[in-house]
Design a protein around this ligand. Structure first.
Ligand code: NAD
Length: 492
């Protein structure tokens, strides 16, 4: 069998092989077959990319915004043209189904479209005559060199939460993608190369912790965008801000969903199955805990168990498959361990997805849909992000108790409710301690023209990804106060 190819960095408009002595292997999680290797680029290569970006910045920021968005329009067209091919790469290296991969690319493309509105989005403000004959203007200027560090679970979409806004507002951008899924980034950068950005404006540096640390410590990197687990998000936020950088760091999640007794149970269970088991539960907006209220308990539990037991699990490019594998063998082991922990804490494993394999893919990293019933609200499983296809069921007597359970956790990425009562929906929307709220929605993912609003331990920073927040994050405001008395100028 041929050796897997080593992925390249893209620096100064050129593809470069890293000098790294260390490379990691990317495996197809459905087959465990090696697809490629990823270099852990050392600090010297990060420095070279940052220096190149800093040089390119002078010319790029002077390029009119209407011209800066032209390569983004071309990039959007290239993404559309190659959507099928990119979706297949995502499925192969990340494990999700083809429909999920195509869906994430659609969400990514939306961000490119929104960022093409930069001529309006980055406009400033002004007031004439703040005092007689004196005017005041607020201008938005780009920061310089900015970088993003992204996770494994959305290899196509998450880089696009940041890159288009950074570029359209006049910054030079460096991506350090997840070392588990770097093939997608390589393909995105081949398209960025074709789109015609000037050399050094957009660059790719593969790697891991060593590479991230070099970006966090580099004095010429002005801003860091991060998405990943909470411990790493906290670490990146602390180190970047201690070094005087702007930072927006999105972390992990444990998303609760309340099922009221008046909800349409069949619809709620169907939507919840997509939320909890879609992308094998490896979504930061996956439903992780369902809290049934009063009489909702028995019908919902029965319907959910049915949904879990009948979900078709397999290789994401095969017809009819509804759920793929988890990302690595270690991840499978960790998730199965947590299911066992839930059992030890008193939960019943109503549907058990451990120790199973999709037919014909015995070497893959499989965890089938799992339901833990009667999870102890004070236990470890109620608090821990499992990041796998495991739904915990908890029960509450009334809506107040359910809201208390929703708010009694460290994270704040998403909270949802299923109900037919407008009053209960409003009460929930008002009180839920989460940045993204869904009413009769299973995955409350904001469109590209709204901020992705995680709260609490799910987000460290002020300005979120996407839309106006992205534009504000990547620009600094300059306020100019000016006086031009007529008597000072030559008389014409
Ligand atoms: P991760 O934290 O392991 O890795 C994320 C990135 O950080 C990768 O690029 C990785 O190379 C880098 N990294 C890892 N350890 C590091 C360290 N010690 N020092 C410096 N850099 C390090 O996350 P993951 O497993 O790739 O992704 C899954 C996590 O991401 C889950 O917790 C999920 O909830 C979260 N996530 C959150 C959102 C959100 O919007 N809040 C979206 C997607 C994923």
């Amino acid at each position: 069998m041929s050796q897997p190819v080593q992925l390249l960095n893209y620096v100064g408009g050129q593809w470069q092989r890293s000098s790294a002595g260390h490379a990691l292997q990317i495996n197809n999680p459905a087959t465990a077959q090696a697809l490629a290797t990823v270099p852990i680029s050392p600090a010297a290569e990060v420095d070279a990319a940052v220096q190149t970006a800093a040089k390119a910045f002078g010319e790029w920021r002077m390029t009119p915004v209407g011209d800066r968005i032209q390569p983004l329009f071309r990039f959007k067209n290239l993404l559309e043209e190659h959507l099928d091919e990119i979706a297949r790469i995502i499925t192969d290296e990340c494990g999700k189904t083809y429909a999920e991969s195509a869906g994430e690319m659609r969400r990514g493309i939306e961000n490119v479209e929104v960022a093409c509105g930069a001529p309006i989005l980055m406009q400033g403000r002004n007031n004439e005559d703040i005092a007689r004959g004196i005017d005041e203007h607020m201008i938005r200027q780009p920061l310089g060199v900015v970088a993003a560090i992204t996770p494994f679970n959305f290899p196509g979409m998450i880089p696009l939460w940041f890159m288009p806004y950074a570029l359209a507002t006049g910054n030079c951008f460096i991506l350090k993608p997840s070392e588990k899924v770097s093939m997608t980034s390589q393909r995105l950068f081949e398209l960025l190369d074709q789109a015609g950005f000037p050399p050094g404006v957009v660059q790719l540096v593969n790697g891991g912790k060593e590479t991230v640390d070099a970006l966090l410590d580099h004095p010429q990197v002005r801003a860091i965008s991060f998405v990943g687990s909470t411990p790493v998000a906290k670490y990146v936020y602390s180190r970047a801000t201690a070094n005087g950088k702007r930072a927006q760091c999105q972390g992990g999640a444990k998303n609760p969903v309340v099922i009221m007794p008046d909800a349409d149970m069949a619809t709620a269970a169907r939507i919840m199955a997509d939320s909890a088991f879609g992308c094998a539960g490896q979504r930061c907006l996956a439903a992780s805990v369902a809290i049934t209220v009063g009489e909702a308990r028995h019908p919902f539990t029965e319907l959910m168990a049915d949904q879990a037991a009948n979900r078709k699990v397999g290789y994401g490019l095969d017809e009819g498959v509804q759920m793929g594998p988890v990302i690595t063998a270690e991840s499978k082991q960790r998730i199965e361990g947590l299911i066992g922990k839930g059992e030890q804490e008193g939960a019943t494993v109503l549907v058990d997805g451990r120790h199973r394999a999709a037919g014909g893919f015995e070497d893959g990293y499989w965890v089938f849909p799992t339901i833990l019933d009667g999870v102890n609200p004070g236990g470890e499983i109620a608090r821990t992000e499992i990041f796998g296809p495991v739904l915990s069921l908890m029960h509450a007597g009334g809506v107040e108790e359910a809201i208390e359970m929703v708010n009694n956790r460290a994270y704040g990425n998403m909270a949802c409710i299923f109900t037919t009562s407008g009053a209960v929906a409003r009460q929930f929307r008002y009180a839920a301690d989460a940045g993204n709220v869904g009413i009769n929605i299973g995955v409350a993912a904001p469109m590209a023209y709204f901020p992705f609003s995680g709260w609490n331990e799910s987000f460290f920073g002020d300005l979120h990804a996407q839309a106006h927040h992205g534009v504000e994050f990547y620009t600094q405001t300059k306020v100019v106060i000016e006086r031009w008395p007529r008597e000072w100028s030559r008389q014409f």
